[in-house]
Design a protein around this ligand. Structure first.
Ligand SMILES: C=C(O[C@@H]1C=C(C(=O)O)C=C[C@H]1O)C(=O)O
Length: 375
C-alpha cells in the first residue's frame, strides 16, 4: 500500500471507530439514566479496572496492550464526563456547600496577619482592607489561621506565592489543616526601600540592616555602595526599629516604605530591589465557605496515590469540561510515603455547570477533595 492507500484505509477505520464511539456513548447515556434512578455513583473503579484488564488481554504485544489500556482509560473518562453532565441536568449536581454573597464585608472587621508591624503582610492587609482597617498580628502562619477558624478575626491575610521565589509551601500544608476558605487575593509589589533617620542623607550611610532575604534581593544597589557594611537581622521591621533606636545617622535599614512610615524613618532611596517586578500574592481567608458573585478563580486540593496515570486521569476532568488550569503544586502527605496532595487553581465560578461537572468528577475519583475557595 502506498501513502494514499494507507490513508484511505485509515479513514475507513476511523469512521467505524467514531460510529462505535458514538454508539458506546449512547449506551453510557442509558447507564446514566439507571444511575439517576438508583442513585448509584457514576464512577465504578472496580468495573473500570476489569475493563482495562480485559481489553489489554485482547490486544497483542506489549505496545498495543499499553496502547489500548490508555485508549480505554480515556474513553471511560469521557464516558464519565458525559454521565456527570446528564446527572447535573437531572438536578443531581453537586452541592458544593458554598454560599454566594454579593460583596465581602469590609467594614468593622478584624484582620490578622503574620509577622510584625511594617512587614509586607501588614502592607498587604492595609492594601486590601484600607489604611484604617482594624489589623493585628500574630507570630506564626498557623496562629493566624487559628485566629480566623476560632472566630477572633474575620479575615487572615497570608502570603501564598512570590513571583520570583515561588510557592510559600507552609501555607499549602496549613490550608488543609484548617477549615478556612480563600475569599479574595491581593498582589503586593515587593518594594524594598532604604530607610534612614529623618536627618540622614544617603552620603551618611555606612551600615545597613535587614533580613538576609531583603539584603540579597537588594544586592545590586547595596554592593555598588563603597564601604557599606551589611548586617542581618531577624526581619525587616526589627532592622527599622534598630535604626530609630540607635539614633546613629550612619545606619540605614532595608524594609518596606510602610515600615518607614510606622517607625518614623525617612526614605533615602525607594525601590532598591534587583527585580523591579517582584510581587507577592496574598490570600484573604475567612472561616465560612463563601464566594463573591463573579469570582473567577477556584483553588482546590485532592490526594492521589503514587501510581502512573492517576494525575493524568484526574486532570482529564478539566480537559473534557474545557476548564482552564492555571496553577498546580504538589506536597507530600505527612505519614503516607510517596502519596501526594495536589493543589490546583482553575479559572471559573462555582455556578458554572462545567466547573460543577469537573469538581464532581474529581470528588468521586480522587481522595479528600476540598474546595479551598472561589475568589
Ligand atoms: C458506564 C459506566 O460508568 C462508568 C464508565 C465506565 C465505562 O465507560 O465503561 C465504566 C465504569 C464507570 O466508572 C458503568 O458504570 O458501567
Amino acid at each position: 500500500m502506498d501513502l494514499q492507500e494507507c490513508r484511505k484505509e485509515l479513514d475507513g477505520i476511523d469512521r467505524q471507530l467514531t460510529e462505535l464511539f458514538e454508539r458506546r456513548m449512547e449506551i453510557c447515556g442509558q447507564v446514566a439514566q439507571t444511575k439517576i434512578a438508583s442513585g448509584k455513583a457514576v464512577y465504578d473503579g472496580e468495573r473500570e479496572k476489569q475493563k482495562l484488564d480485559a481489553v489489554e488481554a485482547m490486544a497483542h504485544g506489549e505496545f498495543n496492550q499499553t496502547g489500548v489500556r490508555e485508549l480505554f482509560s480515556q474513553i471511560m473518562t469521557i464516558s464519565r464526563r458525559y454521565q456527570y453532565r446528564l446527572l447535573a441536568e437531572h438536578g443531581r449536581g453537586v452541592d458544593l456547600g458554598f454560599e454566594k454573597i454579593p460583596t465581602l464585608k469590609m467594614k468593622d472587621v478584624r484582620v490578622v496577619y503574620q509577622g510584625v508591624e511594617g512587614a509586607y503582610s501588614h502592607g498587604a492587609a492595609l492594601q486590601f482592607f484600607g489604611e484604617d482597617a482594624n489589623v493585628y498580628h500574630v507570630e506564626r502562619f498557623q496562629d493566624a489561621m487559628k485566629e480566623v477558624s476560632e472566630g477572633r478575626a474575620d479575615y487572615a491575610v497570608l502570603p501564598i506565592e512570590n513571583s520570583s521565589a515561588g510557592a510559600v509551601v507552609d501555607m499549602y500544608d496549613l490550608l488543609t489543616g484548617f477549615n478556612n476558605y480563600i475569599v479574595a487575593e491581593t498582589f503586593l509589589p515587593v518594594n524594598h526601600a532604604l530607610l534612614g533617620l529623618p536627618d540622614a542623607e544617603l552620603s551618611d550611610i555606612r551600615t545597613v540592616y535587614s533580613h538576609p532575604q531583603a539584603l540579597m534581593q537588594s544586592s545590586r544597589f547595596l554592593n555598588a555602595q563603597e564601604g557599606w557594611r551589611q548586617v542581618s537581622c531577624l526581619n525587616t521591621a526589627v532592622a527599622a526599629c534598630k535604626v530609630i533606636e540607635d539614633r546613629d545617622k550612619s545606619q540605614a535599614a532595608v524594609a518596606s516604605e510602610i515600615a518607614g512610615k510606622l517607625y518614623g524613618l525617612k526614605v533615602l532611596k525607594s525601590s532598591i530591589q534587583n527585580n523591579q517586578g517582584n510581587t507577592t500574592r496574598f490570600v484573604i481567608l475567612a472561616n465560612r465557605p463563601i464566594y463573591r458573585e463573579g469570582a473567577s478563580r477556584i483553588s482546590l486540593c485532592f490526594e492521589l496515590p503514587h501510581q502512573s496515570g492517576t494525575l493524568y486521569n484526574m486532570l482529564g476532568n478539566f480537559i473534557f469540561n474545557h476548564v482552564n488550569m492555571v496553577m498546580i503544586e504538589s506536597r507530600p502527605i505527612p505519614g503516607r510515603n510517596w502519596e501526594y496532595r495536589f493543589f490546583v487553581d482553575i479559572e471559573g465560578n462555582l455556578e458554572d455547570s462545567a466547573i460543577a461537572n469537573a469538581l464532581k468528577g474529581i470528588s468521586a475519583e480522587a481522595l479528600n477533595m476540598r474546595i479551598l475557595g472561589n475568589y
